[in-house]
Design a protein around this ligand. Structure first.
Ligand code: 4NP
Length: 152
């Protein structure tokens, strides 16, 4: 799960998807990172922590980090929160890694849409980002489950 700062959207996406994929236990490794490293080492934004907590998801122990080229090898699927992140990740990726990189909402069948950046917004924006990720996350989980079943 990749956004710009790894403190607002992708930590929420990480927490939500971990919750949705619990039935796969440790067979799925979910992580998040930012294309930018300005907030590396920081906890998620307090507004992301608060909105997740409202829905009983604890993301407070996550720490921001910058996406590394090695991540593109390590992970089977990379989800970008918006089209800028998508473009930046593709620019880092080798030819054979390009097909691993997806726009999260597009993979969910919701069209070529961005998860809007709530950084300059208020709690209402964080609330709508949460619901967007939650709704898309259900569809992404179904697709991932189908892919995992095919692999096993
Ligand atoms: P995120 O939000 O990409 O969802 O984590 C942002 C966090 C910080 C900044 C921008 C977006 N920033 O400019 O510091």
């Amino acid at each position: 799960m990749v956004c710009l700062g790894n403190i607002c959207r992708s930590p929420l996406a990480e927490g939500i998807m971990r919750e949705k994929l619990t039935s796969f236990g440790s067979s799925v490794n979910i992580d998040s990172a930012g294309t930018g490293g300005w907030h590396a080492g920081e906890a998620p934004d307090r507004r992301s922590i608060a909105i997740a907590a409202r829905y009983h998801i604890d993301i407070s122990s996550q720490r921001a980090r910058k996406l590394q080229k090695a991540d593109l090898d390590k992970f089977d699927i990379i989800f970008a929160m918006d089209t800028n992140n998508h473009k930046d990740i593709l620019a880092m990726a080798d030819e054979n890694q390009q097909e691993k990189v997806h726009l999260f909402l597009e993979f969910a069948g919701m069209g070529k849409q961005d998860v809007p950046d709530p950084w300059y917004g208020d709690m209402t924006d964080f609330e709508s980002v949460y619901h967007l990720l939650d709704k898309a996350g259900d569809k992404v989980a179904l697709r991932l489950e189908a892919l995992l079943l095919k692999k096993s």
